[in-house]
Design a protein around this ligand. Structure first.
Ligand code: DUC
Ligand code: ZN
Ligand code: ZN
Length: 466
């Protein structure tokens, strides 16, 4: 059995910061002990990693990615191979991607299709949520089996009529089913029916530029949908996880529900914390790079998101990684913003951007690990195997250098997309070494992993409930 020792670092988890050496045996964490124990106790090792002056943190868990997702007549540019490699470069060692049910097909067919895309291709471990595009008697029944087999969360859309959209009746039925089988309903909360009216009116009036994507997807329509989803979940007696929360009023809806004791959870993404409608309004067609849904909001919304993350009104930061190249993909919407494929690249940038938030004083170091590692692992039934450094946990570990500076850029990133949403942004901190189940994936600035190392991980139920 191979043994690795990481010595001299500051081990940061969601609950503790301890100066400790870490012993890894056969892919799992075997022990943590005070600095010097590795030498004093004679821990033999095949590999020793010096982490002096560095943080030793759990590998990131990105609970919201869309590798190879078909959307708007094209597909997300990163495959499971390129996307998981890029994730590793950025210190993420587990992704939870969304398998998609096609209208008229079963959940199982969708899940099988996503296994074909991912199995044998990933550099890091992966799991699946299921997107319900067609809620009917048989797909409701199938939910039970998926939960039992480790696909324990289901995304529904109040947006995108005619594509992924579910009406309130379908949503209520899916929530009722989840309340019986232990599944977690994830909601894309935007009033898509109303948005489509505003899209039609904007285009008819010649408002076709990317910035109008932000104008029509109004804050009130995110807040209204968030409120409605919460009330439907309340009626069904089911928990609810609201994905990609972008607006202050939506945070307020989630906070109000939580203050009433309802099992309502919220996720936001780096793009809402660091970018704004200023980016959508960049000259020419540049704003297309920032078209995603929910949309970027005016900068003033960011404070509510940071406060929500500090106060635990929001529990998770994931990326909604869904990259489309500027040339050849975002292009599809020149002259009609509604045809710009929705999505931003980010799987490689999340851990660094959130470390910058530590440096900037928005969150503490432990909260960084909570919202990026332990929180998503608990939310989606992966803890403590993922999301922490403790005896028995998978040795998914990042040695993070908190002092090195880097500049984010498409020139240097590893995502298979021709632009960076954060081009030129200076970050203090950088991933140095990444282990996935004890096996090096990134070492001294080089990729040393391999395609197919990543294993599929069936998940348990949400660990924030009963
Ligand atoms: N939002 C995006 O921006 N892209 C994919 C799907 C979604 O809901
Ligand atoms: Zn969504
Ligand atoms: Zn998404």
């Amino acid at each position: 059995m191979s043994r690795t020792v990481i010595h001299g670092g500051l081990v940061v988890t969601a609950s503790d910061e301890i100066h400790a050496d870490v012993l890894i045996e056969g892919g799992r964490v075997a022990a943590l002990a005070a600095h010097g124990t590795d030498v004093a106790a004679g821990w033999s090792a095949d590999r020793r990693i010096d982490a002096t002056g560095k943080y030793v943190i759990p590998g990131g868990v990105d609970a919201h990615t869309h590798m190879e997702m078909p959307f708007g007549g094209t597909r997300a540019a990163d495959t499971f191979e390129t996307g998981t490699r890029a994730a590793a470069w950025g210190g993420t060692t587990t992704i939870v991607d969304f398998a998609i049910q096609t209208v008229g097909r079963s959940l199982q067919e969708g899940l099988d299709a996503w296994h074909v895309k991912a199995d044998g291709k990933c550099a890091i471990d992966y799991a699946f949520h299921m997107i319900l595009s067609d809620v009917n008697k048989s797909s409701l029944k199938e939910m039970d089996r998926l939960v039992a087999e480790g696909v324990t969360s289901f995304k529904l859309f109040m947006a995108y009529p005619g594509v992924f959209y579910s009406d309130d009746g379908q949503i209520l039925r899916a929530m009722q089913r989840a309340s019986g089988n232990g599944g977690l309903i994830m909601m894309h909360a935007e009033n898509g029916i109303a948005i489509d009216v505003l899209v039609e009116q904007a285009l008819a009036e010649g408002r076709t530029d990317p910035r109008h994507h932000g104008d029509v997807r109004k804050v009130a329509l995110e807040a209204e949908a968030t409120h409605r989803a919460i009330q439907l979940a309340r009626v069904a007696g089911s928990p609810l996880y609201v994905v990609h929360v972008s607006a202050d009023e939506a945070v307020a809806e989630i906070a109000a529900a939580r203050h009433r004791g309802l099992p309502v959870f919220g996720e936001t993404c780096p793009q809402y914390l660091f970018l704004s409608t200023d980016n959508l309004a960049e000259p020419g067609f540049e704003g297309a790079k920032y078209v995603c849904s929910t949309p970027l909001r005016p900068r003033e919304h960011q404070e509510a998101l940071w406060r929500g993350l500090r106060n635990n009104e929001l529990q998770v930061v994931s990326t909604d990684h869904c990259p489309f190249c500027f040339t050849g993909q975002k292009d599809l919407g020149r002259g009609d913003f509604s045809k710009i494929p929705n999505g931003l690249p980010g799987v490689e940038n999340r851990m660094d951007l959130l470390h910058q938030a530590v440096v900037d004083g928005h969150i503490s170091r432990r909260r960084w690990i909570e919202i990026a590692c332990a929180g998503p692992a608990r939310m989606f039934g992966l803890y403590p195997r993922k999301g922490t450094i403790a005896p028995g946990a998978d040795a998914d570990i990042v040695v993070y250098d908190p002092g090195t500076e880097q500049v984010l850029s498409a020139e240097t990133h590893h995502m298979d997309v021709d632009y960076s949403a954060y081009e030129g942004k200076r970050i203090t901190g950088r991933v140095e070494t990444v282990l996935s189940r004890g096996v090096p994936v990134i070492e001294k600035g080089a990729y040393v992993g391999h395609t197919g190392h990543g294993a599929y991980v069936p998940r348990g139920l949400c660990q924030y409930l009963g």
